[in-house]
Design a protein around this ligand. Structure first.
Ligand code: ZN
Length: 405
């Protein structure tokens, strides 16, 4: 049995690092608040018998060695960094779930056929880069260019690493072969309201949705807002507007397993007395099934083609990542005394760095009102504990299954 009181106390203590006057938590990767949280975590892992080291990508790795020479590692991972004024569960719960799981296994005197690693990955939230930096570095998916890349308004991760006396080039040494890993598990808050609405205790994640992003530019002709009569106008905003209202309708007609968002709109020249000559906007689509996203893409292309000199370019076309079927069944067995369901993850996680290479699984626990990336983010401690229980039971079951051969 896991210790819910201890898990609760961990969550509360960790939630003090980077706590803002308004109640949210700001712990950007590699900043002082984040480093303090990592020191706290390191001490807790050492107390629980782990050896802790920091790899070249600044990932913090606690390892409980099984003593077998050629053993693989089973990893439980997530992240301690947050968005600005975020909540105390996103990421932190996953790392603490790993810690609690390791302690419980120690206390039960269980021996595992693999090393157990609990990992806090660097910059999952993408303060410096595209996000999931540490886990991508571990699987060899970070390039030298990305290490030196500047996102507007922030220092680059190379500078942040250097300020901690870590050589930026060392990021490449964080890479490990996939055969090092027996499996990767991550527990996370849902960040949506599916579990809460259905009264579920846990969600067994089937995969992480694909994300397609496009940059659209609709051309018009700029002109004087007073002297140009209405019939003579070629207003770029007016041309783009039908797409804004059609996108939600297209998505709903296509499938309830597809979402589409126009999150950025820019008018050029962007003056109160000038008819817009150009309307630039982004379109983001998310779905497990890429065929849904391609169907919307076709509709967009057709609309853009109606306007001369308008264009659309691909920013990202990343297909969904599937979780491991055997591990999903294992989690379902561990959750049989709880109300559980299978569901996709509509948000990205470190798990998606592992899933193409290593058997990977995720457990979700309910988020109150589906709220996340906010100081209002909340999950009841008892619900968090139920998730950790499922994770721990599943890992113990897997160990037993493998011992039996
Ligand atoms: Zn997260």
């Amino acid at each position: 049995m896991i210790n819910q009181e201890r898990l609760t106390s961990d969550l509360q203590q960790l939630g003090q690092f980077g706590r803002q006057p308004g109640g949210g938590i700001t712990r950007h990767a590699l900043t002082e608040a984040h480093q303090n949280a990592r020191r706290w975590l390191t001490e807790r892992m050492q107390e629980a018998g782990a050896t802790v080291h920091v790899d070249g990508a600044a990932n913090v790795i606690g390892r409980w060695d099984c003593g077998l020479p050629d053993a693989q590692s089973l990893v439980i991972g997530s992240h301690l960094d947050t968005v600005p004024e975020g909540g105390m569960f996103d990421g932190a719960l996953g790392v603490l779930a790993g810690l609690e799981c390791a302690r419980t296994i120690q206390e039960q005197g269980q021996s595992l056929p693999w090393h157990l690693e609990v990992i806090d990955f660097t910059d999952e939230e993408g303060h410096y880069n595209a996000g999931t930096f540490g886990s991508r570095a571990m699987l060899g998916m970070v390039t030298e260019d990305e290490i030196n890349e500047h996102k507007t308004g922030t220092t680059c991760i190379a500078d942040a690493l250097a300020s901690l006396n870590l050589a930026p080039q060392g990021v490449l040494t964080a890479k490990r072969p996939a055969r090092d890993f027996r499996a990767y598990f991550e527990l996370h808050i849902e960040q949506g309201s599916h579990l809460e609405q259905g009264g579920y205790d846990v969600g067994i994640v089937t995969g992480i949705v694909g994300i397609y992003r496009y940059a659209v530019s609709i051309a018009g002709r700029r002109g004087h807002a007073g002297t140009t009569p209405m019939p003579a106008r070629q207003d770029a905003l007016v041309r783009a507007a039908p797409i804004f209202s059609l996108l939600p309708a297209w998505c709903q007609a296509q499938s309830d397993q597809l979402v589409g968002t126009i999150g950025q709109v820019e008018l050029l020249p962007g003056a109160v007395n000038v008819i817009p000559g150009q309307c630039n906007f982004t379109v983001e689509l998310r779905a497990m099934d890429s065929h849904h996203m391609l169907s919307i893409k076709e509709k967009l292309i057709t609309c853009v083609k109606e306007h001369p000199k308008s264009r659309m370019s691909i920013v990202l076309e990343k297909d969904s990542e599937l979780m491991d079927e055997a591990l999903m069944s294992l989690l379902e067995r561990a959750a049989q005394d709880k109300k559980h369901c299978r569901m996709p993850s509509w948000a990205g996680h470190d798990a998606q760095s592992f899933s193409p290479h290593v058997p990977t699984a995720m457990v979700f626990v309910p988020s109150h009102g589906g709220v996340s990336h906010s100081s209002d983010e909340w999950t009841d401690f008892s619900q968090a504990a139920r998730g950790v229980e499922v994770l721990t039971d599943a890992i113990c079951q897997l160990a037993e299954d493998e011992r039996k051969g």
